[in-house]
Design a binder for this molecule. Structure first.
Ligand code: AHR
Ligand code: AHR
Length: 499
């Protein structure tokens, strides 16, 4: 599968004079849903010695805080489509317990809107609320928005004040339903029905709240559903959502399937560009990739997935794709954040990180203002001729050949700093050269490398794999940094630049 017939050494050419777009911090977004142990026993655990007076697990909070999420999506997911928000506000002990039809679980409603918004404030992240277009009405959606944002004397705004929140929350991001195309979605519908309903909702919401950022419900970016929804809603919404999960047992297909995100963005982008041109839409929507991850091992409602190093490399690749395409992708939400297909796993005693936590952490910490052109040459691999058929029927080999090292780069607006994220998917160490165009490294660069754990002592929980994080620095020669990327590793390189 591997080909070394081209240049034998990986070369990453970073062109500081070719910006690809401003990087929106919302690309490092998260998602928490009322399912499994994500909220209850994850984010929120009343009575735990590890929780604060609000019931928030402080160990989970500190791990999530490090990820500097621009935005956090809630309450689902599939759960959103039969969630009645008014059940989840007011005195906790009087809140009704309800059946959740999405996951066939019971919902206590002890964590509701005010708790979620307090959680976002703790994290310093913007809330993104998914409206119930399954069993919910437009009236109920409008009431929810007014409860959150109403500044006047209306009953909904007053109810928020009565519940102890004098100031409007100013929630900006609202999704018009979740996966409404799905048979598994409570209230799922046809694309035409969705466009008709979402049109009414969008127009009414805009009357109520001129600051609302509306997200239409897309599928994978290339489906007929996406085409109909984009054609119908592009004049009315700010973002079109895309969901893609990937993952399969075999190493290379698992890692390379993350490139499906590239297909999704290109396809959705083309559909949006077409309708924007034809209908002369001044500010056409961008893309919210509001659910993504590796997910294939678990199928029950706990989704307590365990991740390994190949998943880490897939996640690092996904994030590189989002950075490279940041002109289109203005939001992306890792699904999900705690216990449910998540980077953070809890027990009643401890919260620990899975390998996929680290590319998210380093991307979020390293990323600078703008993505810049970053071109990789070197050894490549082909996707398999017979693509494995796992949970998802993705075909991605036609997108290859793929360089064994995948990279993305960002720079500060003044071009005084550069950050490069490198995913070495190869099973061997790879010599690599980072070459700056239109600038030189002006001092030593910081290099953080994540590799598979070395030694059993690295594990905090026996069934949760760990990684080894190594920090170092190198002195580049002018515009060129030579380094060796360990086999199956993720690396962040950060340096000062002079021009
Ligand atoms: O993240 C798990 C589920 O995946 C979400 O509830 C749903 O939107 C998607 O199908
Ligand atoms: O496996 C079918 C559906 O795929 C799940 O129910 C849904 O959550 C996911 O998107």
């Amino acid at each position: 599968m591997r080909r070394d017939d081209g240049p034998g050494v990986t070369r990453v050419a970073i062109d500081l004079a070719r910006p690809l777009g401003d990087l929106d911090r919302n690309v490092f977004g998260g998602f928490i849903e009322h399912v499994g142990r994500c909220i209850y026993g994850g984010v929120y655990e009343e009575g735990s010695p590890l929780s604060d007076t609000s019931g928030f697990r402080t160990d989970v909070l500190s791990l999530l805080r490090e990820l500097r999420m621009g935005v956090l999506r809630w309450p689902g997911g599939n759960f959103a489509s039969n969630y009645h928000w008014a059940d989840g506000v007011g005195p906790r002990d009087s809140r009704p317990r309800r059946t959740d039809l999405a996951w066939n679980l019971e919902e206590s409603n002890r964590f509701g809107t005010d708790e979620f918004l307090a959680y976002c404030a703790e994290l310093g992240t913007d809330p993104f609320v998914c409206l119930n277009m399954g069993t919910g009405s437009l009236e109920e959606a409008l009431a929810w928005i007014e409860y959150c944002n109403g500044a006047g004397q209306t009953a909904w705004a007053q109810q928020r004040r009565d519940n102890g929140h004098a100031e409007p929350y100013r929630v900006r991001y609202w999704a018009l339903g979740n996966e409404m195309y799905g048979k598994w979605q409570v209230g799922g519908m046809s694309a035409d029905e969705y466009v008709a309903t979402a049109t009414k909702w969008a127009r009414a919401i805009r009357r109520l709240d001129k600051d609302a950022v509306l997200v239409s419900c897309g599928n994978n970016g290339w489906s007929d559903w996406d085409q109909t929804v984009i054609n119908g809603l592009a004049p009315l919404v700010d973002l079109h959502s895309v969901h893609i999960y990937t993952g399969v047992d075999e190493y290379w297909p698992n890692v390379l399937a993350a490139h499906m995100a590239e297909r999704a963005i290109q396809a959705a982008g083309a559909l949006i560009s077409r309708v924007a041109y034809v209908k002369k839409i001044e500010a056409p929507p961008k893309i919210a990739y509001d659910e993504w991850n590796v997910w294939y091992r678990t199928r029950d409602s706990m989704m307590d997935e365990r991740y390994d190093i190949s998943d880490m490399l897939a996640v690092g690749t996904y994030l590189n794709v989002f950075v490279r395409n940041c002109g289109w992708v203005r939001m992306a939400n890792l699904a999900q954040m705690v216990n449910v297909i998540a980077p953070v796993v809890t027990t009643p005693q401890v919260a620990v990180t899975q390998p996929i936590y680290y590319p998210v952490l380093l991307h979020a910490q390293g990323a600078l203002d703008e993505a810049v052109d970053c071109h990789v040459t070197g050894p490549t691999v082909d996707g398999p001729a017979n693509e494995p058929r796992g949970r998802w029927l993705h075909r991605f080999s036609d997108l290859g050949p793929f360089t064994v090292v995948d990279a993305s780069a960002t720079a500060s607006a003044d071009r005084g700093k550069v950050a490069v994220t490198l995913v070495n998917r190869s099973e061997q160490d790879e010599p690599a050269q980072l070459v700056l165009r239109d600038g030189e490294f002006s001092g030593p660069v910081q290099i953080t490398v994540v590799t598979q754990e070395s030694g059993p002592q690295a594990r905090t929980l026996p069934d949760v794999a760990a990684v080894t994080v190594t920090e170092g620095s190198e002195k580049p020669g002018g515009p060129v940094l030579a380094l060796t990327l360990p086999a199956r590793s993720f690396a962040l390189v950060e340096g000062a630049v002079s021009r």
